[in-house]
Design a protein around this ligand. Sequence first.
Ligand code: SF4
Length: 101
Amino acid sequence: MTDKKRRQFVTMMGASTVAIPVSALIGSLPSHADDAPMVDEASAAAKNWEYVAQSSVADNLCSNCALYQGDDDSSSGGCPLFPGAAVAAAGWCKAYAPKPS
Ligand code: SF4
């Protein structure tokens, strides 16, 4: 094996070791919440974040939180705090952070 081919091989192996973890990460990302179960307010995770499906503060809603992953007109959507589940657009939790305007 020539030096040039060896360098190409090493470069290719380096690229493939980077590509594998990235593809594994993409596969583990939460899917859109269309078919995900709703977050159970009684769950430990929900209690930890004090999540409620109906916010008591008019303008502090999951739908206008920076972490909300649902579409603008959706009734529910994903949230990275609750992987594999959906939060209500009208919900709220103590990690609420308004979307930048
Ligand atoms: S961080 Fe809290 S307020 Fe924001 S979308 Fe997630 S559950 Fe809703």
